[in-house]
Ligand binder design. Structure first.
Ligand SMILES: NC(=O)c1ccc[n+]([C@@H]2O[C@H](COP(=O)([O-])OP(=O)(O)OC[C@H]3O[C@@H](n4cnc5c(N)ncnc54)[C@H](O)[C@@H]3O)[C@@H](O)[C@H]2O)c1
Length: 329
């Protein structure tokens, strides 16, 4: 029988960060209701390989349904929410109305559900570095937690709207939340979105096949389980705070060629398999002193070489077990 007084709801639990959040909460012995529009839990299975741990309590949930989100939060006695359900950059551009429904209305629905349930439910929601727009919009390309939001994509605009929604629910209903802005997440389970190429390159080279990364320049990489830990810690820190805070998620800055070098260190000879297009990613990669540690306590940010090694090893095991196949460039 679970003894934890906490009961987490994770939306977007079939996705990369969501699968890690569910895995880590289960490992802590915390009851978690894992929800997603998609019942496909292959990412959870991929990151759980070799672990005979508890299976998640999964419920299909479309965050665009206000009624269903409210019913789930109330009926399951939820104390904390990690809200990750969303459509990433290329999917929002491909279908802006759907992107707005899922990313913006879906987030309003989560806040409404928390308001209706009452009590100090702690919410961590996924914003994004895309709220900052291009690096050139910021002095020397450096962004701080309180840098101006200058989104220049549907996705970035929707994420900026969510940060505004959080402030309105704090001001009008005293709901505490932390909006986290990951930059580029890598690790097992990261297989979709414009910035998934670094992880796809690790999978391809683990399988011995070539991969072309569709950008160059520098990027700020955060290891997926570290990012998931930041969301869990933020939901806890937000509970009862009444404030809405937006925070950048730390990572490690690396150029595309240097990342290829780190993969080569783990898989000698693989460097020749990785190539890249010659245009930089339009996302900032330099952070000014992130405040996340002061706001939510210690959150890990393991060295890049360690995260790359763990990811490549995880892919090698998964390839041998038939859990994944290399994805095309
Ligand atoms: N991965 C990154 O580098 C990164 C960077 C910045 C922000 N983020 C944000 O973090 C969150 C999680 O990212 P991820 O990499 O795990 O994404 P992901 O694409 O792997 O997962 C998103 C999940 O949301 C689900 N979803 C889509 N529509 C839904 C709906 N209507 N109702 C319920 N679920 C729905 C999808 O089925 C998917 O499982 C997203 O909101 C994303 O925008 C991610």
């Amino acid at each position: 029988m679970p003894t934890s007084p906490e009961r987490f709801l994770v939306t977007g639990a079939a996705g990369c960060i969501g699968a890690w959040a569910v895995r880590l909460l289960l490992d802590e012995g915390v009851p978690v209701v894992a929800t997603d529009l998609s019942p496909d839990l292959r990412r959870f299975e991929l990151i759980s390989q070799g672990q005979a741990g508890q299976q998640p309590d999964f419920a299909t949930l479309d965050v665009t349904s206000a009624r269903d989100v409210a019913a789930l939060v109330a009926d399951r006695g939820i104390t904390h929410v990690v809200h990750l359900a969303g459509l990433q950059l290329p999917f929002c551009a491909a279908d802006p109305p759907l992107g707005a429904m899922v990313n913006v209305v879906g987030t309003v629905n989560v806040f409404e559900a928390i308001r209706a349930a009452g009590g100090p439910i702690g919410l961590a929601l996924a914003s994004s570095a895309a709220v900052f727009g291009k690096p050139g919009g910021h002095p020397a390309g450096v962004v701080a937690d309180n840098s101006p939001l200058l989104p220049d994509s549907f996705y970035g605009v929707y994420k900026a709207a969510n940060e505004g929604t959080a402030k309105a629910y704090s001001a009008q209903h005293g709901i505490g939340s932390i909006a986290l802005r990951p930059f580029i997440v890598y690790g097992l389970g990261r297989d979709q979105g414009m910035t998934s190429d670094p992880t796809k390159a690790m999978l391809a080279t683990a399988a011995g096949v070539p991969f072309r990364i569709k950008f160059s320049g520098s990027m700020l990489l955060t290891y997926a389980p570290d990012c998931a830990r930041a969301f869990i810690a933020s939901a806890r820190a937000a509970a009862g705070s009444g404030e809405a805070v937006s925070l950048n998620v730390p990572g490690h800055r690396v150029s595309v060629p240097a990342l290829a070098g780190l993969i080569e260190d783990v898989l000698p000879g693989s460097g020749r398999l990785i190539t890249w297009d010659d245009h930089p990613l339009p996302v900032p990669s330099v952070l000014a002193a992130p405040a996340i540690h002061d706001a939510v306590g210690p959150v890990p940010n393991i060295p890049l070489a360690e995260g790359v090694r763990e990811t490549v090893k995880g892919f090698q095991d998964a390839l041998a077990a038939g859990l994944v196949s290399p994805m095309p460039s």
